[in-house]
Design a protein around this ligand. Structure first.
Ligand code: NAD
Ligand code: UDX
Length: 493
């Protein structure tokens, strides 16, 4: 393999776009072309309004585009000209056939591999950037080797180079990564290919932060990194329930525990459950892998991370339903002195919470908000949703995919202003951590709501005391209900 001067990335998504923009920015001597089968997306990458929002992305793209950064839908041409090709396509959880609901769907990776085999024409370093199960490089290699049999000019090395960026901080993560991981074969050609990829990253990443391993360690490390991160969230969320039942405070516990340098303070924030396109998919992929390897104890261990996450979402929704039910029932049935927790659905119909949705700037994949709203809709709660970054159509589609279009039509209103969304509501449910929500005028909101007015903070971003002083009844994840303010009449949860 010669020196890399032309890089192509197949897949212009949340990973392919920002990663290649960073390579083009840091390596002016390399021409970077990002291709995608979605022509609309490519047109957006070539426009003034990029298809994704990441702080710092626009500036880099606008400076490099047309210079050494190109976006194109001509996939065969780009592949034919490239020295090195990143595969950065989506690998969602499979929704059909063998491994349904667990295994990652590798059909896009396979299809790109076939396209590379077809149009390569000469030697290529092929880099798995997508998150894949262990041994995926073997399947890609198999397809490429088949093409080699018919064309002696073809030569391939498959590397694993998983991406660790998080949405919302992608450019920062790419510019200053904790580490870059590159896996490859230990043959002479394999090591040479690894060295070429190292050379690209060395343009801005210190050499001691570029880790090289064998291919399988690299593939597995990505799944394990996400599993460990997700596990920390499920661990702290499981303890949040203990706090609510005992009077311990989850923020204080996380602070005290995280202060131990062996544990560390990051990723210990209790929440309504982790969301995003990666954690659930990658932990499920690890569980499926362990099951396939006949390691049921290991599979069960990691499945627990997912189970706690689903339970936390449900638990939060149940809490809202239970608390509001008592309030509503008491009003509607004043003679009842033993209100049942099994609410007649009609009583909940007068409950109109304001929901702040979605943890990511525009990417709603697997957002916990979707599942909390789904649980509330199952109780026929009428919901008014506000989110400063997510399009109305996106929210309605997300909800229709987990409920039904009729229920969405009947129960959901989307507002473009938080004050309108709160007007006339019995409760506010905070499901994401936009700064804007901290800064709202809660005196004004309280005045416009039905009373008693409640706030359920699923992200621990609001100051409970201030809200209580205004007159709100409050509930926050991992915080024991303050009996003085616990006007719902539910001593203990
Ligand atoms: P994405 O859905 O945003 O983008 C994938 C793109 O690939 C799409 O635009 C799609 O049109 C394109 N594509 C699919 N098949 C194609 C084909 N055959 N030819 C050309 N284009 C094709 O996905 P993403 O979020 O960028 O994730 C990509 C991979 O990176 C996944 O494996 C994911 O697990 C991993 N990853 C994602 C993140 C993240 O935060 N999003 C972080 C780390 C790793
Ligand atoms: C994650 C990983 O961080 C990243 O390394 C990987 O490459 C892709 O998956 P992402 O899903 O984009 O990135 O966002 P992240 O900021 O990690 O948050 C994931 C979810 O966990 C969010 O729903 C977030 O709210 C939740 N979370 C995070 C918590 O509930 N508590 C925490 O302490 C941290």
């Amino acid at each position: 393999f010669g020196k890399v001067s032309k890089v192509v990335c197949v897949g212009a998504g949340y990973v392919g776009g920002p990663t290649c923009a960073m390579i083009a920015h840091k390596c002016p001597h390399i021409t970077v072309t990002v291709v995608d089968m979605n022509e609309v997306k490519i047109a957006e990458w070539n426009s003034d309004k990029l298809p994704i929002y990441e702080p710092g992305l626009d500036e880099i793209v606008f400076a490099a585009r047309g210079r050494n950064l190109f976006f194109s839908s001509d996939i065969p041409k780009a592949i034919a000209e490239a020295d090195l090709i990143f595969i950065s396509v989506n690998t969602p959880t499979k929704m059909y056939g063998r491994g349904k609901g667990m295994a990652p769907d590798l059909k896009y990776v396979e299809s790109v591999s076939r396209t590379i085999a077809q149009y390569a024409g000469g030697p290529k370093i092929v880099v798995e950037k997508s998150t894949v199960p262990v041994k995926a490089a073997e399947s890609i290699g198999c397809i490429l080797r088949e093409a080699q049999k018919n064309n002696e000019n073809l030569k391939f090395q498959v590397l694993s180079n998983p991406e660790f960026l998080a949405e919302g901080t992608a450019m920062k993560d790419l510019a200053n990564p904790d580490r870059v991981l590159i896996g490859g074969e230990t043959s002479v050609e394999g090591l040479q290919a690894v060295a070429e990829l190292v050379r690209i990253y060395e343009n801005w990443v210190p050499r001691d932060r570029i880790i090289t391993t064998n291919t399988w360690s690299s593939e597995l490390s990505k799944l394990v990194a996400n599993a460990f991160l997700a596990q920390r969230i499920s661990s702290i969320n499981s303890i949040s329930a203990v706090c609510e039942a005992t009077g311990a405070d989850i923020s204080e516990v996380a602070h005290a525990v995280g202060y131990d340098t062996r544990i560390g303070c990051k990723f210990l924030k209790a929440s309504v459950g982790f969301g995003g396109s990666c954690f659930q998919k990658d932990v499920l992929s690890l569980v499926y892998l362990c099951e396939s390897l006949n390691l049921p104890q290991v599979a069960e261990y990691w499945q627990g991370v997912i189970d706690v996450n689903n339970w936390q979402r449900r638990r939060f929704a149940d809490k809202i339903i239970a608390e509001l039910f008592n309030t509503v029932t008491d009003k509607k049935l004043p003679s009842s002195d033993s209100p049942s927790r099994k609410t007649p659905v009609s009583h909940l119909e007068s409950f109109v919470p304001l929901i702040f949705q979605n943890p990511f700037p525009g990417d709603t994949r697997e957002s916990s908000a979707i599942y909390v709203i789904k649980h509330l809709m199952e109780e026929h709660a009428k919901l008014s949703i506000y989110d400063p970054k997510v399009q109305k159509s996106q929210m309605l589609n997300d909800l229709a995919s987990v409920t039904s279009a009729q229920d969405v039509e009947r129960l959901i209103t989307v507002e473009t202003d938080p004050y309108s969304a709160a007007r006339g509501a019995h409760a506010i449910v905070v499901l994401t951590e936009w700064d804007e929500f901290v800064e709202l005028n809660y005196d004004r909101i309280h005045a416009d709501m039905q009373h008693p007015a409640a706030i359920f903070d699923g992200r621990l971003i609001l100051d409970q005391k201030t809200l209580r002083d205004i007159g709100f009844r409050t509930f926050a994840i991992g915080t024991a209900p303050d009996q003085a303010y616990n006007l719902f009449g539910t001593a203990g949860y």
